[in-house]
Design a protein around this ligand. Structure first.
Ligand SMILES: Cc1cc2nc3c(=O)[nH]c(=O)nc-3n(C[C@H](O)[C@H](O)[C@H](O)COP(=O)(O)OP(=O)(O)OC[C@H]3O[C@@H](n4cnc5c(N)ncnc54)[C@H](O)[C@@H]3O)c2cc1C
Length: 286
């Protein structure tokens, strides 16, 4: 198996265009497991860890642009203030070793419905920055990125350059159900992001449908019904949970039944909305 080690972004894009059978690798926490278990045997590995741009984040016109190779550990320590929903999700990923190697870019590359980055990226309206040598830069909204189980809108000659996301305009929460507290794939997960100025709440459901997805009807319900100056009515929170559960399309598998997942999505949605609402009212009172 060839091992390609571009040192620049342009070299990486050229290698991607010339060797479509080469698997990009960053932290390797998905790729190496798949090779070890013989799930895939790519003709080559395209190691992106030497490309400096991918390991950096910056703020451009007020938007965070996070290089694809920025690890979960760095999201937690460096971006937790600006992107609390993504940082909360990062804290639940694997173990310290996995968080030190694994990346949000790799999570997107794998496009697993259970990936923990996806719900907060959906809720926050993130955009995936993809690029190819011959096609240039393409900006893909997170909600258009996930096409099926482990299938994304990324073209064969494209690489993920960065993730673009606005700093949180309001409270954000992520919550996940697993069979234990660490080193688990989510049974299901949920993220919420409030935007008090726009009077909107974004949502993201994980591991409860063939792809991560937003709960659009639930978002519209909140936009129409919420009084942003008042305490959260319990009946409204319950209805929000029900609408989120209705947006899910889960399966029965070894980790949980479809019925349990649907129920758990409703509970996570109701709880995260409650936590976010407490923060929202607390900030107004402060
Ligand atoms: C023990 C263990 C526990 C785990 N726990 C969790 C968990 O709790 N939650 C969770 O979500 N995941 C978990 N994972 C899965 C994995 O850690 C994550 O999906 C991680 O985000 C992958 O990032 P990476 O940089 O290691 O990706 P890699 O393995 O390097 O790549 C992953 C995929 O993305 C592609 N890719 C990588 N970089 C790019 C790029 N720049 N452009 C295009 N494609 C690219 C690769 O070809 C591959 O298909 C776990 C894995 C292990 C081994």
């Amino acid at each position: 198996m060839d091992f390609l080690r571009p040192a620049t972004w342009q070299e990486a894009l050229s290698a991607r265009a010339d060797r479509p059978g080469a698997a990009p690798v960053q932290g390797g926490t998905d790729v190496m497991v798949e090779i070890n278990f013989d799930v895939r045997r790519p003709e080559a590995l395209l190691d992106l860890t030497r490309v400096p741009e991918l390991g950096r984040w910056e703020v451009v016109d007020g938007v965070y642009r996070i290089g694809a190779n920025v690890t979960y550990a760095r999201v937690i320590t460096e971006l937790g203030g600006a992107l609390p929903g993504l940082a909360q999700a990062a804290r639940t990923v694997g173990s310290p070793q996995i968080r030190n190697r694994g990346t949000v870019g790799g999570n997107l590359g794998a496009a697993s419905p259970a990936g923990d980055s996806h719900p907060p990226l959906l809720a926050a309206g993130a955009v995936v920055e993809a690029e190819s040598r011959d096609g240039g830069v393409r900006l893909i909204p997170a909600e258009e990125f996930y096409l099926g189980v482990k299938r994304s809108a990324l073209r064969p000659d494209e690489l993920i350059r960065a993730i673009r996301v606005r700093p949180a305009p309001g409270p954000q929460y992520f919550s996940k159900v697993g069979t234990r507290n660490a080193m688990v794939i989510a049974v299901c997960s949920f993220a919420i992001a409030l935007d008090p100025a726009a009077r909107r709440a974004g949502t993201g459901i994980g591991s409860a449908a063939p792809t991560p997805r937003r709960a659009l009807e639930a978002e519209e319900f909140l936009a129409a019904e919420l009084d942003w100056d008042a305490p959260l009515p319990p009946a409204l929170a319950r209805r929000f949970g029900e609408l989120c559960a209705r947006a899910a399309d889960p399966i029965d598998d070894v980790r949980g039944t479809a019925a349990y997942r649907r129920h758990a999505v409703a509970v996570l949605a109701r709880r995260t909305l409650g936590w976010a609402w407490d923060d929202h009212l607390g900030r107004r009172a402060a």
